[in-house]
Write a protein that binds this ligand. Sequence first.
Ligand code: ADP
Length: 158
Amino acid sequence: MIVAIYPGSFDPITNGHIDVATRAARLFARLIIGVYDTPEKRLLFTLEERVELVKQAVAHLDNVEVKPFSGLTVDFARKVEAQVTVRGLRVSADFEHEFDMAMMNRRLGPKLELVCLMARPEYQFLSSSLLKEVARLGGSIKNLVPEHVAQALKEKEG
Ligand code: ADP
């Protein structure tokens, strides 16, 4: 039984993330979405809010759980007994970043495998940071996030 983690900051979760989670849930017996506690980013949503938004977004997927975590991804994987890390890849810039991280994680946890899923074409351009900017400036985010996330963004910005 292969258990996978899908780590990220999910600030907030988008349809791009949900697509990766849905596809990964078909590949692995269990998928645990790990929400980073303190990434090196300016965050709009608190950890609790991000976890809650992710939970609602994947409630329909039976073999998917959501957990907050802090510290190294390899330590989180060890704790939940996962053998695989899942990441999404959009443009080539994602690849360079993922490659560096994968090399470091291989040193830290040699047994943890990395599986990257290519983003669907319609989500190639979609990032949480761009989404937040468009939402803040009043642009349409239709079809980019689930309704509850659009609502949460509206409440934050409003
Ligand atoms: P991080 O802070 O680790 O980059 P993110 O929450 O931004 O966390 O993203 C988590 C993972 O989801 C990363 O592997 C990222 O490349 C991937 N991802 C982000 N947006 C998309 C998207 N639109 N389609 C597919 N994968 C995505």
